[in-house]
Design a protein around this ligand. Structure first.
Ligand code: WTA
Length: 690
């Protein structure tokens, strides 16, 4: 139904590449209110874009939802398939009331995503094209690799993995920073049909152990250490503790393949477990630079990626091969209007879904040149990103609002001293981008020349779901705009009833798309209850959303117990369970609060064990326990000592009240008379700045 609104916009003229206040007289009164800012792509941009107008989008979109089989088979045919998929292009049951949730795309088709990223592009003449520009933490430390070279490196590792007994369907955990070896390791696993599970190298030993225990890898791949900004992080030591912990729980990993990252730490300094630990550089070079491909079914698993949910245990999101391949490649091409001459840089880490789909697979499937950056965006100074943009002539720059906001605070002069004239398209992901950050990104970074693709999607969706196609329609700062091909978003009310037109509610999706996750590792029931049971008949995203009268979608943030800190998803329950594991903490309740740079900050209310006094040391050790159990990125911004928590008479914590106290909206506490002990609220307020 969003199409009705979009269709009415189809005759919008394209304007200059500047923020244009919509002139209701030119565009027809029904289109948008006068307050709306529409930002048009330039005519030049639109005329060269893959999708040059709203009409063209509508034609393609209509086909994608009315004939998904035809639409997606045509695209899938551009890839290499050892054997074509069966008669039925896709199969889905999206409705828990009709039985088990099931999604399949291109079942029966035999392919390999590594082959499609590398061999296929090399065969079409891109062998000598740069696949990866690697930029180290220290300026001046860099290297690059062509498609031919990348294939050779991937094959050597793939051969090694086979040699140590990794077979199709086996799991491999990758705990690496942004070295070239990270995408190499992912591709090597894919080449032999092994399932990779990349764990973001900012996760603690305990979190890593939890993931190792859940997916039982044959091999863990890591490096000895990495420099990030001015810090050194000793990854191998973290892996050692994780392997010790998982071995104590009966899960023994045979091989820990360790890359010597000698820019951070020398080999000799690294602690070593003989028989288990192997230096990457000692073994890999001995292997042949070619390696046969393991042809896998489109529905064979490609990777597992753990993400946070509303309970303490992370969920192993499972993606399969064929649909994910077709979907990431297609979304990359259209949402960034990718052209073969582009140089693409996504600042995300491969430890998150953005790095999977839009550092590794999406770009390489398109034969793109990708910048992989090891360091921190503010090191050695806050101009580093633009230095990198100029150095590699980056034309597509994809990042998170938190980075935009943090650089915005530093002032325009750190941007304007760089040229940035190579930039063509900008992208945003991870959280809603507030209009003021959007405008700064657009006007200052992009010199009011580059459209911004604000891409809404999730670990679960595999690829972009709601995103601008940058040449096709005007953007509105802060709106992810319209659905990608094949995606049918719906907004439902709390009863699960679909609402039409201008509205707000819960964002759901009505039918499957090729990149959708297929299950949660080892727990299909949790998959069904978490995502398909809240509003039967739909996939529920966990996000709130509104739709304006022009059909534009505006994401408003999570509506479940997940906090989005700097674009990282953190479950409140995970932080709470870390806090209560502290021997002096009796109870914890965590809520998200608005944070100027991070989007949301973590605010933790804690009650202490009887008789324990609150002190600054205790506060620090509570923060430390979260850092140790989850990772530094999940450290609470505020610990609020609470003698008691506001609870209903049945013992349920009233988070609504805690959120108001955390954000100091004290006149909006609402009715507190139903609390078991209403006086705790006054106590909490009195202790707020303790
Ligand atoms: C949020 C990251 C608004 C959203 C790709 C979603 C966004 C969660 C946007 C998924 C966006 C991501 N606008 N919100 N453009 N992109 N989100 O799984 O709340 O790490 O549910 O995937 O991030 O986070 P995840």
């Amino acid at each position: 139904n969003h199409l009705r609104h979009v269709e009415s916009m189809a005759h919008l003229p394209s304007g200059a590449g500047r923020i244009t206040r919509l002139n209701a007289l030119i565009l027809g009164e029904a289109l948008a209110s006068e307050e709306d800012d529409l930002v048009f792509p330039s005519e030049d941009f639109s005329s060269h874009a893959h999708v040059s107008s709203l009409q063209k989008y509508l034609e393609m979109y209509q086909r994608s939802v009315h004939d998904p089989s035809g639409f997606w088979s045509d695209i899938a045919s551009e890839f290499y398939w050892r054997e074509k998929w069966g008669q039925q292009v896709y199969h889905e049951n999206f409705d828990v009331r009709k039985g088990k949730i099931k999604i399949e795309w291109f079942k029966g088709g035999m392919t390999n995503i590594c082959y499609n990223c590398l061999d296929r592009n090399i065969e079409s003449g891109k062998g000598d094209k740069t696949a990866i520009y690697w930029e180290g933490n220290e300026p001046g430390l860099d290297s690059s690799m062509t498609y031919n070279q990348l294939l050779a490196r991937v094959c050597q590792l793939a051969n090694y993995l086979k040699d140590v007994g990794v077979h199709k369907g086996d799991a491999v955990v990758i705990y690496l920073p942004m070295l070239m070896e990270l995408p190499i390791a992912m591709l090597a696993c894919a080449r032999i049909g092994a399932i990779h599970s990349v764990v973001f190298a900012g996760f603690s030993a305990e979190s890593l152990a939890q993931r190792i225990i859940d997916c039982r890898p044959k091999v863990v791949i890591t490096c000895n250490a990495v420099r990030r900004g001015s810090k050194i992080i000793y990854l191998k030591e973290i892996v050692d503790s994780a392997l010790l912990e998982s071995a104590q729980k009966g899960i023994v990993t045979d091989v820990c393949l360790t890359y010597e990252n000698d820019s951070a730490m020398k080999k000799e300094m690294t602690k070593w477990t003989k028989g288990r630990d192997i230096w990457w550089q000692d073994v890999i070079l001995k292997y042949p630079v070619t390696c046969d491909v393991e042809w896998v079914d489109a529905e064979d698993p490609l990777f597992l990626l753990y993400t946070s949910g509303s309970t303490g245990k992370p969920k192993g999101v499972l993606h399969t091969t064929g649909g994910y391949m077709v979907y990431t490649a297609t979304t990359f091409k259209y949402a960034f209007d990718y052209k073969p001459t582009d140089i693409y840089w996504c600042t995300a880490d491969c430890g998150w879904i953005t790095g999977h789909s839009y550092v590794t697979y999406g770009p390489l499937l398109n034969g793109a040149t990708v910048v992989v950056f090891e360091g921190a965006p503010n090191y050695p100074d806050v101009g580093r990103c633009w230095d990198i943009v100029d150095k590699y002539k980056v034309s597509i720059f994809y990042t998170a609002p938190t980075l935009v906001r943090s650089l915005m605070r530093e002032g325009d002069e750190h941007v304007s001293r760089y040229s940035r004239k190579s930039l063509r398209v900008l992208g945003s992901v991870g959280e809603p981008i507030n209009p003021s950050a959007w405008r700064w990104f657009f006007n200052v970074i992009g010199d009011a020349r580059c459209p911004i693709s604000d891409t809404w999607w999730q670990t679960e969706t595999g690829g972009f779901m709601i995103t601008p196609l940058p040449g096709a329609w005007p953007q509105k700062p802060g709106s992810a705009t319209f659905p990608f091909f094949g995606v049918q978003p719906v907004i439902v009310d709390e009863k699960g009833v679909e609402i039409e037109g201008e509205c707000s509610g819960y964002l759901c999706v009505k039918s499957s798309w090729p990149g959708a996750f297929r299950t949660l590792h080892g727990d299909h029931e949790r998959y069904e209850t978490t995502y398909f049971s809240a509003f039967p008949g739909y996939y529920f995203s966990g996000d709130g959303c509104s739709r304006d009268k022009d059909g534009y979608y505006w994401l408003t943030g999570r509506v479940d117990d997940v906090i989005n800190v700097s674009g990282h998803r953190i479950g409140t329950a995970e932080v709470e369970s870390a806090l209560v594991s502290h021997p002096q903490c009796a109870e914890a309740a965590v809520v998200g609060v608005e944070h100027e740079v991070k989007g949301q900050g973590i605010y933790a209310f804690v009650t202490l064990v009887e008789g324990v006094p609150y002190s600054d040391d205790l506060r620090k050790s509570l923060v430390m326990v979260v850092r140790n159990q989850i990772g530094a990125f999940a450290a609470p911004d505020k610990i609020h000592w609470a003698p008691g928590l506001p609870k209903t008479r049945s013992g349920k914590i009233m988070r609504r009240i805690l959120r108001k106290i955390a954000s100091r909206q004290l006149d909006e506490l609402g009715d507190t008379s139903t609390l078991a002990d209403p006086t705790v609220v006054d106590q909490l307020i009195a202790l707020a700045d303790c």
